[in-house]
Design a protein around this ligand. Structure first.
Ligand code: ZN
Ligand code: ZN
Length: 323
């Protein structure tokens, strides 16, 4: 549990929460550690609920069902994502852009999440999962996979795709892009030979430093690292009419850049949150694309260590907490 941004998480004994009407309680089997959790813990996102239980890549089984929930039942294996609830009434919700809702709740940010033994979720935003999957391997799909999928869709259907920051999201999306028949170009921190080799094992045709130019102009790029300086770098990497997608929730300031690298109808776009439809599309692709995640498990009691390893860039793949 996080009591105050900028302080370590504390392990707290609490009585098991009870689901209200329309909610379910999930016994957590695994919860992925996402970069957004770091932004919450480090105080880079405004107005978290405090204290807050972080974590929005939850896989587990329902162990209690609130009144009025018919679509889910006790014992069912489910995933709980970042999008915890939307209002259904604002102009964004009415247009089908629930990812931009004016009055949302986000798991692990404005409602308690999955760094815990149990989590409460609004049943309408929970994804049913196949009964027999590997819980640890599935956890990173709940955000790195889902937001990754939305960012890939928004990047368009260009055949030559660049990925900046080869962590949890990129390692999943590289597999989806290869399955779609695209060429993947992976950009990592300078000198991160291990990440570059990892990208190649996942089918990247080229891997290099984010300071390098790709061997040929790209159709689109997605930036997963929270580094604003990558925006001009990615603009330089795309062809005329190419698109740069910023997939993170938080990024350091973007340095000023000459207009001529945006000129010729190049575009910059951000991706915010997810819709339930993104989830349904993505989970239907997972078995077809045979996505295999690379994970590093930590016991829940070592959550601070998992966050520190993610912060330092030491991880290749995705950290997952197991209560
Ligand atoms: Zn809304
Ligand atoms: Zn996330």
């Amino acid at each position: 549990m996080l009591e105050r941004p900028g302080t370590p998480l504390r392990l707290v004994e609490a009585s098991d929460p009870r689901p209200a009407s329309g909610e379910v309680r999930v016994r957590v089997a695994a919860c992925g550690v996402c970069r957004t959790d770091l932004h919450v813990v480090d105080g880079e996102l405004p107005n978290p609920k405090l204290p807050i239980v972080p974590g929005h890549e939850i896989v587990g089984r329902i162990d209690m069902v609130g009144d009025g929930v018919n679509a889910l039942e006790a014992g069912q294996r489910v995933g709980v994502p970042w999008l915890g609830r939307t209002c259904g009434q604002c102009r964004y919700c009415r247009k089908g852009w629930e990812n931009l809702c004016d009055r949302p709740l986000f798991t692990g940010y404005t409602r308690d999440g999955g760094y815990a033994t149990h989590a409460i979720a609004d049943a309408r935003y929970v994804f049913a999962l196949p009964d027999n999957g590997d819980d640890v391997a599935t956890a990173p799909l709940l955000c790195a996979g889902l937001i990754g999928w939305r960012s890939l869709r928004i990047a368009g259907d260009g055949a030559k795709l660049g990925l900046y920051g080869f962590g949890a999201a990129a390692h999943i999306i590289a597999q989806v892009a290869r399955w779609q028949g695209r060429e993947v170009f992976a950009f990592t921190r300078k000198g991160d030979d291990a990440a570059q080799a990892f990208a190649k094992t996942l089918g990247a045709c080229w891997a290099g430093s984010s300071e390098d130019a790709p061997p040929e102009p790209l159709d689109c790029t997605i930036i997963y690292a929270p580094v604003g300086a990558l925006v001009p770098a990615a603009l330089r990497a795309v062809r005329k009419g190419g698109r740069v997608v910023c997939a993170g929730i938080h990024m350091s300031d973007i340095p000023s850049f000459p207009y001529d690298i945006l000129w010729q109808e190049r575009e910059i776009k951000s991706v915010a949150n997810l819709t339930r439809q993104d989830g349904e599309e993505f989970f239907s692709i997972v078995p077809k694309a045979r996505i295999a995640t690379q994970t590093v498990s930590y016991p829940l009691t070592r959550a601070n260590e998992a966050l520190a390893d993610l912060r330092s860039g030491r991880l290749h793949g995705a950290a997952v907490l197991v209560p």
